[in-house]
Design a protein around this ligand. Structure first.
Ligand code: SF4
Ligand code: SF4
Length: 391
């Protein structure tokens, strides 16, 4: 939620400076600086909002280094809304136009453009030329394997006795880089008796531009989504980052993570093949601290007979993906990623389930760089496969 200036100061005033959030803050753990801790940032926000300190480059630096992971919010005994504080601060004081954002904006605004844009990337990857592009353009190194773009139908009817209807939120990154997860979601929902609507006019959730301080653009995207989706139908998200952003800013609609929705469905007619493997689960911050729904992923995967479902040690710390953070703060993003890779290596992980495309892309490129062979999959892809659907 974006606050007014008065609300911003009032919310910052609710922090009693107890410091209980400090050990939960990844940036504080890495830099040891109070100004990179939640308590320090809140004091800075309060001082700038009251014109006690200037809104200068050093203030911006400390706010920019924040991951918006909201671990501090989950740890705070006084329920200080840190997420709203940092979103508002970015909107009021940190608004910026970086090169990557200017480049990304047309694709964020117009889904058709993003659809057209993924074709050349897919063709390059088919022609095995994506590697060349990555060597020539450093930013392209972050590009994952590109699946063949899909033109979505507006309705996928239930294939079993109809139990209800839902809308599916595509999301920019999931649609471009992980449409297998969207297809798997449709297959599973249809098999459980749900019609799946895919509104054509839907757009980006706005989280990435909000994180960059452009609340006007983010609110316009929310308004477009509000007009595109039926209010009476649950909107299901597969990327927890989109889900968390929509839950915060699209209050008129009922938005749920797909795992949260599925765990409450009737599974009596569904058949899941056993899987004699250990699946480690990575908790995205947006699911853990934003939606507070990480448990549903474990509950869902436990439906697979004989599968051993384990939490990836260190799940409380952000992987460094955090929206566009890997682009804007590569040094801290890589430091945090290395902790995640160390946990993956020491636990000999072969399958890693994560519900956020941002985490998935960031971890996958880290694994490739480290030469580690790990399947990083959305939990729904694993469920769909065990139900007999092809990827
Ligand atoms: S835990 Fe809450 S009240 Fe305590 S310092 Fe952190 S934000 Fe402030
Ligand atoms: S959101 Fe994350 S990085 Fe930012 S202050 Fe809170 S715990 Fe630290």
């Amino acid at each position: 939620m974006t606050l007014s200036l008065k609300e911003l100061t009032a919310e910052a005033d609710r922090c009693v400076a107890c410091g209980l959030c400090l050990p939960h803050c990844p940036t504080y753990r890495k830099t040891g600086s109070e100004a990179d801790s939640p308590r320090g940032r809140i004091q800075l926000i309060r001082a700038v909002s009251q014109d006690i300190l200037p809104n200068n480059a050093r203030f911006k630096e400390h706010i920019d280094l924040c991951l918006s992971c909201r671990s501090c919010e989950s740890a705070c005994p006084n329920s200080v809304s840190y997420g709203a504080l940092v979103d508002t601060t970015r909107a009021l004081y940190i608004k910026k136009e970086s090169h990557w954002l200017s480049l990304a904006k047309p694709f964020i605004r117009y889904r058709a453009l993003s659809y057209i844009g993924t074709w050349p990337l897919w063709l390059l990857s088919k022609a095995k030329l994506l590697g060349t592009l990555k060597r020539m353009v450093p930013a392209a190194r972050l590009l994952p394997t590109i699946p063949k773009p899909i033109v979505w139908k507006s309705l996928y009817p239930a294939t079993q006795t109809k139990r209800g209807a839902v809308s599916l939120f595509l999301g920019c990154a999931s649609n471009a880089f992980d449409n297998q997860t969207l297809s798997a979601s449709i297959d599973v929902l249809n098999a459980l008796g749900y019609d799946v609507h895919v509104p054509k006019a839907q757009t980006c959730c706005g989280s990435i531009v909000r994180q960059a301080g452009d609340a006007v653009e983010a609110d316009a995207l929310i308004a477009k989504n509000s007009a595109s989706f039926e209010r009476t139908m649950p909107i299901l998200t597969v990327a927890s980052g989109c889900g968390s952003g929509l839950q915060d800013y699209l209050a008129t609609h009922q938005v749920q993570d797909i795992s949260t929705f599925l765990i409450n469905c009737d599974w009596s007619t569904a058949q899941l093949a056993p899987l004699q493997q250990r699946i480690f689960v990575q908790d995205p911050c947006s699911l853990r601290n934003g939606q507070k729904a990480q448990k549903t992923v474990y509950d869902l995967l436990k439906k697979i007979p004989t599968a051993d479902i384990q939490a990836l040690p260190g799940n409380g710390q952000c992987c460094g993906g955090a929206g566009a953070y890997a682009i804007t703060q590569p040094e801290m993003a890589n430091t945090l990623l290395n902790d995640k890779l160390a946990a993956i290596k020491s636990n000999q992980v072969s399958i890693l389930a994560t519900s956020n495309i941002g985490c998935s892309l960031h971890i996958t490129q880290g694994l490739a760089h480290a030469g580690l062979d790990v399947h990083v999959l959305h939990p729904i892809q694993i469920i769909a496969k065990q139900m007999g659907f092809k990827a």
